[in-house]
Design a protein around this ligand. Structure first.
Ligand code: NAD
Length: 331
């Protein structure tokens, strides 16, 4: 069985092992694949794994031996899953692996906004404390979270994990989600479900945890930003296009809101003119919330288990409705 990984580098830059995947077949692992090289590299492989390399219907059509596509992520929009379905090729994903890591990143950003540890440590490294007139100094307002209101938009797995951390910090939690059927009773006892606009009006910290859909695109827009408290922070670890970036940059630069912590942008990597890169009190990390060692380890394990299940004739985590069929293996 020939297995090709088109872009394995971000999942495993060298601190994990591909050994268990290699035990399942003859593996070729590329760090990255340019669009024009995809067909030639995947040609002849029965199993193709991709993270962000696009597998369009045209590419899928040209790969005669292809029997299985595994996505090394949760989102699988890089694959034309319908084109694969027409050829009875299952497309699988990794539904969850990084919930706690992403929730932790929310607080990495939030604590950065409230205490600015890296900045203050840098001033000490630069020698400023040694020559200070007082026993302490600070450059930015220091903010205590206890008693503040955390507003969560999208109260699924990561939203609820973020709520648990917020409660541990003594924050009050309010949340908006159009579908509350998945919210456990213990969670609704300690968090208040409110309308979307109330999150913008009442929260001291807003954290986005909804998926990107036509309904959520530009959810954080000029109108909603105008409802926010002047002292409020916005955290986005979900998807860049949830935010109207020009409107957020203006709200930050005009001191309409206090600050933002973002792990995602609408274009990744961003163009040099992205308005948020230079916005006031805006801290951006390069889409790393998912990438703790523990989360990547879990992700890789699920990827391998997905391939093994397919080879055993019982594919799991299939996103395009292709059922298990013996002839997929025997073809
Ligand atoms: P989930 O499916 O468990 O939760 C998403 C929630 O959003 C659901 O409860 C859903 O009802 C709700 N929702 C849907 N439409 C909404 C709307 N219009 N307004 C408000 N809420 C709405 O997903 P999850 O595992 O919690 O992941 C949340 C998001 O986090 C993902 O969609 C993904 O974009 C992002 N993510 C980012 C990283 C990263 O590295 N930065 C890693 C993993 C996931």
């Amino acid at each position: 069985m020939r297995i090709v990984v088109l872009d394995g580098f971000t999942l495993n830059p060298g601190d994990l092992t591909w050994k268990s995947l290699e035990e399942l077949g003859e593996c070729t692992i590329y760090d990255r694949t340019a669009p024009e090289d995809t067909v030639q590299r995947a040609d002849g492989a029965e199993i193709v794994l991709t993270n962000k390399t696009v597998l369009s219907s045209d590419i899928i059509e040209r790969l005669a031996e292809l029997r299985y596509i595994g996505v090394l992520a949760t989102g699988y929009n890089v694959v034309d899953a319908e084109a694969a379905r027409k050829r009875c090729i299952p497309v699988t994903n990794v539904p969850t692996y990084g919930t706690d890591s992403v929730a932790q990143m929310v607080f990495a950003h939030l604590l950065n906004l409230t205490q600015n540890v890296a900045h203050h440590a840098q001033t000490v490294s630069n020698g400023r404390w040694c020559s200070a007139p007082d026993f302490c100094y600070w450059d930015t307002p220091l903010v205590e979270l206890r008693g503040m209101t955390m507003g969560i938009i999208g109260f699924g797995r990561i939203g609820q994990a973020t709520a648990r951390l917020a409660l541990a910090f003594g924050m009050k939690v309010i949340a908006y989600d159009p579908d509350t059927s998945g919210v456990p009773a213990q969670m609704s006892e300690v968090c208040e479900m409110v309308e979307l606009e109330d999150v913008f009006r009442l929260a001291d910290v807003i954290s986005l945890h909804c998926p990107l859909t036509p309904q959520t695109e530009n959810l954080v827009n000029e109108r909603h930003l105008a409802l926010m408290k002047k002292t409020a922070f916005l955290i986005n670890t979900s998807r860049g296009p949830l935010v109207d970036e020009q409107a957020l940059a203006e709200a930050l630069n005009n001191e309409r809101i206090a600050g933002a912590g973002l792990d995602v942008l609408s274009e990744e990597p961003p163009g040099e003119n992205t308005p948020l890169l230079k916005a006031r009190n805006c801290y951006i990390t390069p889409h790393i919330a998912w990438a703790t060692h523990a989360a990547r380890q879990r992700l890789l394990q699920v990827v391998v288990d997905n391939v093994a299940s397919f080879l055993a004739g019982k594919p799991r985590n299939v996103v395009n409705g292709v059922p298990a069929r013996r002839e997929q293996l025997d073809r």
